[in-house]
Design a protein around this ligand. Structure first.
Ligand code: C2E
Ligand code: MG
Ligand code: MG
Ligand code: MG
Length: 286
């Protein structure tokens, strides 16, 4: 039966490939269910200033699978992107993030926090993305200046004009825009200059070998310089040690994120640090 010709003229000769395809379509349908069943969760990782004080958080998606436990994004985000499921998933997570942010903004000890949300290229380039974001912000009542969208360099290559226009529209609405994983893509500096951004995130691959690999030290210093030149805030991700923290500060970096300061954790755990005296009550309608 593996040699039967499909309607679209494709032939599957290879049982291993057949199995891969079946596994893949099972995963897609599981992901669809996951969204309906509320199995996605956002975890929050601290971002800090040069004294280690929290300035905000990055929201990172997890799939709380009934059998497999917490599934990390690299195992399913690409499937969401390729299947188009990232659009409803992205809408869900933007709502969830705004809901959290609006709670934080009602608490004195958390009202200064910024919240960053990752946006896939597929999602970003979808018609109606900007409108959808506006609506979600409006409905949640959050101060949009505290919301940051993280995009990646690769995002630009399909349609740069449309990308730039969308970024401008989002910025008009006061949102902050960050370039994630900076240095791993291949955009030119002249292209970067055209993008209306607020923040550059130094990719963790360059931070990892600070103090070990001389060329990574130079790259990190160069990225910080680029940020300064373009008037962007620079944040280093993947900071795992005091030594990395010290070196980055020495190079002029002012914002940091990484296991050294805290791992991504569920909202309640993230909030503990700020709210141990007056916890947010679930369903309190704030
Ligand atoms: P990212 O946006 O660059 O997120 C940073 C990743 O580095 C996160 O992995 C985080 O847990 C991890 N990380 C943070 N600090 C450290 C550290 O000190 N050392 C090391 N080794 N890793 C650290 P995570 O949560 O597995 O997410 C991986 C990627 O999946 C993200 O990279 C992002 O591209 C994507 N992703 C995560 N959540 C979402 C989401 O809600 N929407 C979309 N579209 N993509 C997401
Ligand atoms: Mg990110
Ligand atoms: Mg990153
Ligand atoms: Mg990334």
């Amino acid at each position: 039966e593996a040699k039967k010709q499909g309607r679209n003229g494709l032939r599957f000769f290879d049982p291993a490939m057949q199995a891969t395809l079946e596994k893949r379509s099972q995963l897609e349908s599981d992901l669809r269910d996951a969204l309906e069943l509320g199995q996605f969760e956002l975890h929050y990782q601290k971002q800090v200033d040069d004294e280690g004080k929290p300035t905000g958080a990055e929201a990172l998606i997890r799939w709380k699978h009934p059998q497999r436990g917490m599934v990390p994004p690299f195992e399913f985000i690409h499937v969401c992107e390729e299947s188009g499921l990232i659009v409803p998933v992205g809408q869900w997570l933007m709502k969830e993030a705004c809901h959290k942010l609006s709670q934080w903004q009602q608490h004195e000890s958390m009202s200064h926090l910024k919240l960053s949300v990752n946006i896939s290229m597929k999602e970003f380039m979808e018609d109606g993305f900007v409108r959808q974001v506006h609506q979600t912000i409006e409905a949640s009542g959050v101060d949009s200046a505290s919301l940051e969208l993280e995009i990646t360099e690769s995002i630009g290559h399909s349609n740069p004009e449309e990308l730039i226009e969308k970024l401008h529209l989002l910025r008009l609405a006061d949102l902050k825009l960050a370039m994630d994983d900076f240095g791993t893509g291949y955009s030119s500096l002249s292209y970067l200059k055209k993008l209306p951004l607020d923040v550059l995130k130094i990719d963790q691959s360059f931070v990892r070998d600070l103090g070990v690999d001389i060329s990574d030290e130079s790259i990190v210093q160069a990225i910080i310089k680029v940020g300064e030149t373009l008037g962007l805030e620079v944040i280093a991700e993947g900071v795992e040690s005091e030594e990395q923290f010290k070196l980055l500060k020495q190079y002029g970096c002012r914002k940091f994120q990484g296991y050294y300061f805290g791992r991504p954790v569920p909202a309640e755990e993230f909030e503990q640090e700020f709210l141990f005296e007056s916890p947010i009550l679930e369903g309190s309608g704030v």
